[in-house]
Design a protein around this ligand. Structure first.
Ligand code: HEM
Length: 132
């Protein structure tokens, strides 16, 4: 199985795990006051549904889909919009990997490495929009 197939299957198991997105935001919000500040006025139930699709966009991009959706996220997260500073994506990535390990009991080292590559690739597209 290739790396992005492994990641796709792992994501399926994560999405089937009821508390996956709750736990992700618990870890992510705990990672820094700068993250908590950004979500002060957010409807977190709605945000969890949006993120489900957002992660799928990252995985699909790594599987060859055009980067249109990620570039749109780059615009909404840009300095002149929500101003999500580039270093916050490191916290996002580590919170997500931690949550994947907790919820996908089949995720071995190869799968996690695949995830890291998929996420880094997509995040670089979003970050490229920060000052664009
Ligand atoms: C909104 C995805 C990273 C903060 C959103 C939305 C999506 C999304 C799909 C809703 C649509 C939109 O507003 O464009 C992602 C993905 C990320 C990421 C896939 C990583 C690759 C981050 C990071 C932060 C952040 C690092 C830092 C705190 C926010 C905030 C909102 C948002 C504050 C708006 C919440 C609201 O409506 O109140 N994100 N995001 N995101 N994101 Fe991200």
């Amino acid at each position: 199985m290739n790396a992005t197939d492994r990641v796709m299957q792992s994501y399926g198991r994560c999405c089937a795990s009821p508390a996956f997105f709750d736990d992700f935001y618990r870890h992510f919000l705990a990672s820094s006051p700068a993250v908590r500040e950004k979500f002060l006025n957010t409807d977190m139930a709605a945000q969890k549904l949006l993120l489900r699709q957002g992660i799928l966009n990252l995985v699909m991009h790594a599987r060859g889909m055009p980067d249109t959706k990620l570039r749109a996220l780059g615009c909404s997260h840009a300095r002149n919009a929500m101003d999500i500073r580039p270093e916050l994506y490191d916290l996002w990535l580590e919170a997500l990997l931690k949550t994947i390990v907790e919820h996908d009991k089949q995720a071995d080292a190869t799968t996690l490495q695949g995830w890291r590559e998929v996420l880094v690739k997509g995040i670089s597209v979003i970050k490229a929009g920060y000052d664009a």
